[in-house]
Structures are given as structure tokens and as C-alpha cells.
Design a binder for this molecule. Sequence first.
Ligand code: HEC
Length: 133
Amino acid sequence: MFTKLIGTTIFLVFGSAAVIFGFQDQQPTQKDVSKFMARKLDDSRAIVAGLATENYELIGKSAQDLMLLSHEADWNVIQGQQYLRMSNDFRGSAERLRDTAHRKNIDGATLAFFEVTMNCVRCHKYVRESKPD
Ligand code: HEC
């Protein structure tokens, strides 16, 4: 009886700990999300530098990083069709940027980066508008 009670207590303590930590795992804090989102800015800065100096490797690598970011779970802090569509548009433009960089096409890459930036601004506008304040 006593052993059973201890067993149940241990089960409850560790069980709830697992639930709490598991839950935290799936709910990134605002700080984590900010850090994650700020990487987009780092990549964008690197791309501008790459375009200005015709550093195609830097452009390609940063565009690839933007694509990878858009596939991560932290990216989807907002749910819904519209957000998904904007994420797809963004990914498409980042892919074009990467490909034009691989082809060492500076005009194409500049244009693709313009599209990427348009997609940043468009999505942020949407995020601001859909936030209740
Ligand atoms: C499909 C939507 C979408 C696209 C595209 C997008 N973002 Fe964001 N961005 C978000 C969301 C959502 C947040 C989080 C807003 C919040 O926390 O309220 C965010 C936050 C940020 C932040 C703020 C981080 C902080 O400190 O809170 C920066 C900087 C940022 N994005 C840069 C960019 C850049 C640069 C691009 C383009 C290269 C980009 N984003 C493209 C959705 C997007």
C-alpha cells in the first residue's frame, strides 16, 4: 500500500514535470521567437553586402538560410491560409534569389532581392493588421 502510494506520487511528480517541460518545448518564448525572427535581418544585411560586392557565395548562402528559416516551426507563429500563402511567396522569392546568385546573375539577384524585401514588408503589414490592439 505504502509502496504503491510512493509509486503514484513519483509518477505524478515526474509525469507533470514531463507535461510542463514538454509544453514549454512546443511553446517558444517571445525572446526565442524574436531571436529567430532577427536572423532574417542578419541574412538580409548579408545579402545587401553580397549584392554590393558581387559576393555570390554570400548571397546564395544567406538566401538559402532564409528558405530554411521559413521551414522551421518557429516561423509559424501565426496560423491561417493567408500567412501560409505569404510564407510560400517569400520562399519562392528567396529560392529565385539563391538560383540567380548561383548563376552569378547580378541583375536577376538584385530583382529577386527586391521581391524578397517586398514579401518581408507585405507579411509584416499583414501581421500588424491582424493583431488585436
Ligand atoms: C510570412 C510572414 C513573414 C515574412 C515573409 C517575414 N516575416 Fe519577419 N516576422 C514575421 C512575424 C510573424 C514576426 C513576429 C511578430 C511578432 O512577434 O509580433 C516577425 C518578426 C520579425 C522581426 C522582429 C523580431 C523582434 O525583435 O521581434 C524582424 C527583424 C523581422 N521579422 C525581419 C524580417 C525580414 C528582414 C524579412 C524578409 C527577409 C521578414 N521578416 C519576412 C513574419 C514574417
